[in-house]
Structures are given as C-alpha cells and as structure tokens.
Write a protein that binds this ligand. Structure first.
Ligand code: 5GP
Ligand code: MG
Length: 453
C-alpha cells in the first residue's frame, strides 16, 4: 500500500507536496519522495529516500526542488523489497521527453510484462511493478500523454492509482475497477489529487470529487480535462473495502463513504448482533477506536481506555520475523491495570490477519488481571490474500484461511470471538455495491495470476 499526491499550481509547490505527503504518512512509512517539473528549464527534479516524510524531505532538499507541478509518494512495500532503489516517484527521460510517476496499488501481470520488456533490452533499476508502468508509458509517449496512458492501460492489469508528471501537465489515473482511491480537489487556481480527501482538507482546499474508475484526468494551467480509458466501457467498480476497514484515515471520504462513519457503524452492527454481558468495552488503539465507539453506543456497555499506546512505535505488522512482530506489539500496546483488573472486557479491533496482535493483547490483558476477554472484530475473517495492494500475506499465514472461528478463538486465547459478517460489512458501507471484498469472500474481480501455497 502506498499514498500518492499530485499538485498543479501557478506557484512553487514543493512545501505543499511535503505537507500533503505528511498527511498520507499512515499509508506508508518505509520510503517517500517528491518530484517537481521545473518549466523554466524543462527539467524534472526529485528527491527520494528511505524513512519518514519529515526525515527524508528536509528543508535543504525542498529548497532545491522548484516547480509549479509535482507529485509525491509514501511507500509501504507490497511488491518489491524495502530498499532505497525502490523509492518513488520514478523518473526518466525518453526521446527527450521527461516523465515521472507515483503509483499506488499492485499490478497482477507485472512479471509477465517485465519479462517481455527485458527480452527487448529494457534494463530495470528497481524490483517494483511500477517501473513496468513507466517503461510502457515512455515507450508509447510520442507527444500525447493521454494516448500513451491509454495504451499503457491496455497492457497493465490490476490495481493502480497513478499520478504522472509530464511536460503536458499533471495526469491522474485510476484503474478501471477503481481498486485504490484517488480524489480531486481545488484550492484557488491550484488543483490537488490525493489518495485521500484528508490531504485536500489539510492543505486548505476543497474536495471536488473522486476520480472515477477508468478515468484519466489531465491538469494544466488551471484547466482540468477528463478522459475515459475507453468509450462506452465501464468495469464494475470494485474499490478496496480494506481502505475503510483499516487503511484510510478516519476523516477520509472514499467514493462517498466516510471511513469513520463506516467504522462506527461496523461496531454498532456488531453490538446489535451480540448478546455478551460485559463490564467494559476497550478499543485496540488506534484502528479499533471508532468500532468500539459504535459498539458502546449500541450496547451501552461503558467505553474505557484500557490499552496505552506508544505513539513512537511504527508498524509492527510487516516486521519480517514473528518474534519481532511480537515484541513490536508489546512495545506498542500495554494494558492499564487499574482499568482492566477484575473486569469482563469486550475488546474491539478492526481486523485479524495473522492473529499476532490479538493473541499478545489477550495474554497481556489477562496478566493485568482481566477476568474475561471477549474479542469482537469489526470485519469478517481475512481468508484470502490480496493481490491488489493490501499487505495481507500468503494464505498459509492468514490465521482464518485454515481455521474455524472456534479454532481461532482457542489459538488466540479469547473467552469468546465474533467477527462481522460480509453482509453486515455491506450494510456498514451503506449497501453500496462498489467494493472488492476478495480478502473476505475470495471473489477476485480479476483472476490473480499467481501461484498460491
Ligand atoms: P495481526 O496481528 O492479526 O496479523 O493483524 C491485525 C492487526 O494489524 C490489527 O490491529 C489491524 O489494525 C492491523 N492491520 C491490519 N491490516 C494491516 C496492514 O495492512 N498493515 C498494518 N500495518 N496493519 C494492519
Ligand atoms: Mg490495529
């Protein structure tokens, strides 16, 4: 998963790109970068590096990046390793035409495309799928960026939201299924596209609308032009439901649904379907908080802060080894003994993936004196891997892929365990039938071309 942003303005925008990226930091903390087009000397300049936005994009760097059009990227690796060569935006020159791209999503046919390009002599510098996009784009870019984007879209399959920097302006693209979000906003004479509406709010702009699935938007000199990938052609929209379950910020509005409202509703529905008699509701911060609020609202069981979160610990989820993930969870979350001692607890989290977080938390809550721990999850069991950009690992690592709810309960040591059903998840999403739920129901909108274990 990643976050992308693009700005087209009549003034220098590197600082704004920086703040915009800062507001997308939750979407990726491994690496980041920005690229700007300097129209005076017709060059694309960029700075990228491993680490957080505030560490990589220092004032000295921003001062050297002058331009009125630019793009930015924060990365959470899902295709290609966590390495400095895989930082984005990617940039290059072909037939004296400069291009830079930032990509969110995963292509499912990039291995095949890469092999074909390599056969032709293309020499790749990264191990990410996004480089395939840059090469196909540059190969067909003969002076009309929209034409070359359309040809590229004929080749690439899977999830992609893109921002592209070209001499013709800023281009924003959302794949025909709209797997990953992309929003268009305006601030005076300036246009902003971002993975989440929140960045547009924070930069002081107004959200105009979501970029449509299969839409290509070209922004130049304060003018926005919209193109369809193909005329009279529409795939059924399949935005990733996991954006709402976990990934997006609470204040993000994606395809008309606010992530916070969605999460509160999920908690409410869970409580409505529940009959547990407990003393307190405790969220797993931060992702479990809105769900716990909803559960509390519906059940009237008092909501308490029972876990203290260390704000300086980053993601524990994708640490390479199980023991690192375990110490990571302990460092991140510690029970408040005075709150949990002797209590029967409803513990709310947004999802169970491997089961690491819940197992450790339940164990530590018991050690802190909790009488009972009833775990409630505001999404269904994650049974299937995601090939479209969410880092849900190989099926063998997903605790729900081979275990029943009762087996999972035993494994993580809860007194009881309940998940939200897929129908209830739809209800929480206002019954909008526009979501990919493949991680929960195995119905992949495009057949993934991968070998499963
Ligand atoms: P588990 O510990 O079961 O493997 O993962 C579940 C926990 O990780 C939940 O607390 C959830 O909020 C969080 N989580 C779920 N999906 C992701 C993800 O893609 N990335 C990160 N960083 N955390 C996730
Ligand atoms: Mg969490």
């Amino acid at each position: 998963m990643c976050g992308i942003i693009g700005i087209s303005s009549d003034k220098d925008i590197s600082k704004e790109l920086y703040y915009g990226l800062y507001s997308l930091q939750h979407r990726g903390q491994e690496s980041c970068g920005i690229a700007v087009l300097n129209e005076d000397n017709n060059s694309i300049n960029y700075h990228r590096g491993m680490g957080l936005v505030s560490d990589v994009l220092r004032k000295e760097e921003l001062d050297n990046l002058n331009g009125n059009i630019g793009i930015g990227h924060v990365r959470y690796s899902t295709a290609g390793g966590s390495h400095v060569s895989n930082c984005q935006p990617l940039a290059g020159v072909c037939r004296r035409r400069k291009l830079s791209i930032a990509h969110n999503g995963n292509l499912i046919n990039h291995n095949y495309l890469r092999q074909a390009l390599e056969e032709e002599g293309f020499m790749f510098q990264t191990s990410i799928d996004s480089e395939v996009i840059l090469y196909i784009l540059s190969r067909y870019y003969k002076g009309n960026i929209i034409d070359s984007v359309k040809i590229t879209m004929d080749y690439i399959k899977g999830a992609y939201s893109l921002v592209i920097l070209s001499e013709e302006g800023l281009v924003a693209v959302r794949d025909p299924y709209g797997f990953r979000p992309l929003v268009l906003g305006k601030k005076g004479n300036e246009y902003i596209v971002s993975s989440e509406s929140s960045s547009i709010d924070i930069l002081g702009g107004e959200v105009i609308r979501d970029i449509e699935p299969g839409e290509i938007v070209l922004i130049n000199n304060g003018e926005v032009k919209s193109y369809n990938y193909k005329d009279n052609y529409k795939e059924k929209q399949k935005t990733c439901i996991f954006e709402h379950v976990y990934f997006a910020r609470n204040d993000a509005i994606i395809d008309g649904v606010n992530a916070y409202e969605f999460r509160v509703r999920s908690g409410q529905i869970l409580a409505k379907e529940d009959d547990i008699d407990a003393d307190i509701v405790i969220p797993v911060p931060d992702s479990g908080i809105p769900g716990a609020l909803g559960y509390n609202k519906e059940s009237n069981i008092p909501l308490k802060e029972g876990l203290v979160k260390n704000r300086y610990v980053g993601r524990t989820f994708i640490k390479p080894t199980q023991s690192e993930r375990e110490i990571g969870v302990k460092l991140k979350l510690n029970p408040l003994t005075s709150v949990v001692k002797g209590k029967s607890i409803v513990l709310i989290d947004d999802s169970i993936v491997r089961g690491t977080t819940s197992k450790i938390l339940i164990d530590s809550l018991r050690k802190a004196g909790a009488k009972e721990v009833h775990l409630r999850i505001t999404s269904p069991p994650v049974k299937y891997s995601c090939y479209f950009g969410i880092d849900t690992p190989r099926r063998s690592q997903l605790i729900a892929s081979k275990n029943s709810v009762e087996d999972i309960r035993k494994e993580i040591g809860a007194d009881s365990l309940k998940f939200l059903s897929t129908d209830a998840l739809m209800k929480a999403a206002n019954c909008k039938n526009i979501f990919c739920m493949a991680c929960f129901d195995g119905k992949y909108p495009i057949e993934p071309m991968v070998e499963e274990d």
